[in-house]
Design a protein around this ligand. Structure first.
Ligand SMILES: *Cc1c(COP(=O)(O)O)cnc(C)c1O
Length: 354
């Protein structure tokens, strides 16, 4: 039986993407060769890289605006240090809205002064700080659009007087935004775009070249832009599969179309959390993530019953992160509405039984 996959990451991918990717591993475009045994410098793979980068910019509405889309390695975690390496000369400002933000902030401190512009740590990150000022004497402002672990999401981005860097690992391509507000956007592929192994980094080129330090080539955005993500051997399978997901998304109607679906899923999920007395949501209502819904049982004695019922109904990956406990339903782009409906059905059945 196919499972309802609510895994927070690596996450569900569209079935047709998995099929095409597995075919390419055996025989890539009827070439008699596997995708993963050909040269990354061959025309067939260079075409894949070019198409993947072009699709990313097209879907984000950033073509012809001075942006470059790179497919790099080392995960979003490498971007924590790479962004600072490339941009931090004196001082940077970070919004501390969750575990990943805090990790990004920690890495940046290796390169200069870092100020915490605002934080929700005092409330175990159950809300998004608002109403803060971004100083104009900092090199850049860094934020995390969606806090995967806590289930909060920035709904309105500040107007930043300085370049804005955003970790969009867990909600990239899930909702329409004015992406041109950002100077650097990065996202580990494994949350909403593809397999683990590559990280999409969208860089506005004119933000670079302002630091005085030497940057090692592998960590230098300018080098990767110049070499079109081919400075060294790229993770070919992860890039190809990400390209397939981006094609799938474009064929569906792009971000606006998937956003509608994502809103339906989130609405269904949160209305059950709010109406069912056996559950309560973790995140502040106005900051609730459309990607990761976090919730707890109001009566812990029902834990085993609920988890057994969920397992029997084919639910996968609904356990919350250890720092929050309870449950987390990750509803990434490829998760069908019917999976959310199935989970909601288990929750309401628990209410009928209890
Ligand atoms: C998962 C996640 C990361 C870490 O990504 P890696 O690719 O594992 O380094 C960073 N930021 C956010 C928001 C995440 O959800």
């Amino acid at each position: 039986m196919k499972k309802h996959n609510f895994s927070a990451g690596p996450c569900i991918l569209p079935q047709e993407v998995l099929l095409k990717a597995s075919e390419a591993v055996i025989d890539f475009n009827n070439s008699g060769l596997s995708l993963i045994e050909i040269s990354h410098r061959s025309k067939s793979f260079v075409d894949v890289m070019d198409h993947a980068s072009a699709l990313a910019l097209e879907l984000l509405g950033l073509e012809g605006k001075g942006y470059h889309a790179l497919f790099l390695q080392g995960g979003a975690s490498t971007q924590f240090l790479m962004a600072a390496y490339n941009l931090l000369e004196n001082k940077a400002g970070y919004l501390n809205s969750g575990t990943w933000s805090a990790k990004a902030l920690k890495e940046a401190k290796l390169f200069g002064e870092v100020i915490e512009v605002a934080s929700s740590k005092d409330a175990n990150y159950n809300y998004i700080p608002k109403g803060f000022d971004i100083p104009s004497d900092i090199d850049y402002f860094h934020c995390t659009s969606n806090n995967t672990i806590f289930g909060t999401q920035i709904k309105e981005f500040p107007n930043s007087p300085v370049p804005m860097v955003c970790d969009m690992s867990s909600d990239i391509f899930s909702r329409t935004l004015d992406f041109s507000k950002f100077d650097i956007i990065y996202a580990g592929a494994q949350k909403n775009m593809g397999p683990a192994g590559t990280t999409l980094v969208v860089v506005k080129k004119d933000v670079l070249g302002k630091v005085s330090r030497q940057i090692p080539s592998m960590l230098d955005y300018a080098v990767h832009i110049d070499k079109e993500s081919m400075f060294n051997t790229p993770p070919v399978f992860a890039v190809y599969t990400s390209m397939l997901t981006l094609e799938w998304l474009k064929n569906l109607g792009g971000i606006a179309a998937i956003e509608e679906e994502n809103e339906k899923k989130a609405k269904l999920m949160y209305s059950e959390i709010d109406l069912n007395p056996l559950f309560k949501g973790f995140a502040a209502k106005e900051d609730r993530s459309n990607m990761n819904a976090t919730f707890n049982l109001t009566d812990e004695s029902l834990k085993d019953t609920f988890e057994t019922m969920a397992k029997e109904a084919g639910m996968n990956g609904i356990n919350g992160h250890r720092s929050v406990g309870g449950y987390r339903a990750s509803m990434y782009n490829a998760l069908p509405l019917s999976s959310v409906a199935a989970l909601v059905e288990v929750m309401s059945e628990l209410e009928r039984k209890a």
